[in-house]
Design a protein around this ligand. Sequence first.
Ligand code: NAP
Length: 751
Amino acid sequence: MSTPLFEKVAFIGLGLIGSSLARVIAAQHLAKQVVACTRSAKTLHDAQQLGLIDAGYHQAAEAVVAADLIVLAIPVESTAAILAEIKAVVAPHAIITDVGSTKANVVAAAQAVYPEGLPAGFVPGHPIAGAERTGVHAGKVDLFAQHKVILTPLPSSADWAVAKLTQLWQAAQAEVICMDVDKHDEVLAHTSHLPHLLAYALVQQLVNREDNLDIFRYAAGGFRDFSRIAASDPQMWHDIFFANKTAILKAVDGFSTQLAALKQCIETEQRQTLIGQLGHAQAARQHFNHMLAQKPLMEKHNVAQQFTILPGAHRFQGKFSVPGDKSVSHRSIMFGAIAEGTTHVTGFLEGEDALATLQAFRDMGVSIEGPKNGELTIHGVGMQGLKAPASALYMGNSGTAMRLLAGLLAAQSFDSVLTGDASLSKRPMERIAKPLRLMGAQIQSTGERGTPPLSISAQPALQAIDYDLPMASAQVKSGILLAGLWAQGTTTVTEPEPTRDHTERMLRAFGYEVKTEGNRISLQGGGQLVATDIQVPSDISSAAFFMVGAAICQDSDITLEAVGINPTRTGIIEILKQMGADLTVSNERIAGGEPIADIRIRGSRTLKGIHIPEDQVPLAIDEFPALFIAAACAQGRTVLTGAAELRVKESDRIQVMADGLIQMGIDCTPTDDGIVIEGKGKDGDWSAIFAGAEIESHHDHRIAMSFSMAGLRSYETIRIVGTETVATSFPSFTELSKQAGLEIQVHELTE
Ligand code: NAP
């Protein structure tokens, strides 16, 4: 057996929190000896019966002798008295920690007891986990699992003490974070203490009414949910409210202001303002829930979801409308927000990234209704109407959103910070920061090697530039053009290859003049956008997976309706046609300034390997992961060159695809700017060619969806881990794939 973490642990207090930690220590044999001091003999007796402690005491000073870990799990107000009592007998190497819900007063109590300086082993802490019940019997061994524990080390705290405590809480499966004492109290005042105070206040308000019996009898779910925490221990909360008095009073003031504003909206019937406020709160809750609760957990454990694709799909057929175009969805919010008037959007992609952009503009004071069934109403604030966001703007997984917003924010008269998830945080941002700096922007990519977060300082006036893009990038082009809207003079961007022109088209739809002369795109700063209606076309990048699926599967017949066929995006159609796919485009029409059409693909011909023309590369840049699957099923060699850009997408798409293909038995060689794939297809032979594999998607939605399609030609099961990002661009992917005939299962991982 390995050496226990501690020789002797002494708990002062063994109620809900103390006994839960004692249960962890007992279950995992983390200490040679565990003792406790409580007020009542019964608690000590019960704890011994439960096997939690070896000995019990009524004097804290007796319990802590020779202990190398002392845990104060008592009401915070008793801290000073207990520390004073044990001071003389605490071992010099002992770690002293606590679990109190407030921290500044615990530290103040310790300082009063140790005026000569705090012991190195003193490290306050607070597990963010609890329950309404108290006492030794309420404890649970898994109370802290998947919860956070905040440690608030002081300048006097030793690293070894912090490290050992971290180990202890990690053994309880908690996520340990370190925080400054004052920050802790302020954060907790808003997120825990204020909600408890409000819950008590609401219940009390109802109790005081004469008809309270009826009210409680007919209480709806809302009341039950809201008031649940008013069942907590009054003594403990009484202590907390006083212990964290300053921060709580501040939080109450903030809340009162907010409540008064809502009251006024109702009183004066400001309907639009009220819906804007409620919508903002609703969206913020969904957004933060995801971002704070799930994302870090996913990121920590690397994945939260897995696809399993079983071999033997015998058909791939149907008519489908894939979700709205991601690029157009992002832009519809941005342009609608800075336009004069009200913009209606239909077909909006309700994927996580576009929702993050929506949230960012709500955070900058734009009132937006929806999305509901893909519909949005954006009440534009005009070119000068955006307000400073209260905190960093989170862009999720989206490079488009971050680079476009960088341009827009560079021209605002307020400071801002742009952050993103694990994958976005690795993507290069200097390529947009550099030209923006030439325009006079103050912008810094504060991550390592020019990666996010991006920190942007207020800038009253930008200067127009004439910029030669060193790489073909629609995102960088768009970011510069967006900054150019506010710049003095004419901003011109020259691109080496044509890239997506959604920005140019949509600006024109909003009444802004944009000139395109060959590869030169220019606009004059200082104009204004006029609100319009935007119909977001179905995303050709999402349609691409179904196009490739149909092209590699015998007797398949897939029709994708109303797909955006902007000429800067149709590389996938051209390349598949060159490979010999049976693909027809019909019913071409224009919607919201963008061309759309229905696309039908049938599995009637074996694909042929080709050398992909370099001029098609920017027009199919997001579709290459799917095209690599098509190439593996083709007869002969497919060569891709001039696509170095793929190495800095959501993942290094060349390497990640090559790794997966090799695992599935495909001979391929990644190169600096492309890949060579030896197709395994044989003319007229539709048999399975892919071996089973366990694919790591590297948080990249397109990698996950591309390998899913390989399942149509695999003879063994394919598992793809880390598929949660699929929801960023194609939330209905698994549902539609199943309808078409792919044997795909989704597993949510609990860790
Ligand atoms: P609890 O279940 O009521 O347990 C408190 C324990 O402390 C009991 O064992 C009690 O002894 C003992 N105790 C109280 N005063 C004492 C004294 N002067 N000397 C020795 N023992 C004393 O409370 P809890 O929920 O575990 O809360 C403990 C601490 O955790 C509090 O500081 C609270 O802020 C913090 N906390 C609570 C939660 C939560 O949700 N409950 C969450 C996070 C943090 P007897 O058993 O003899 O009464």
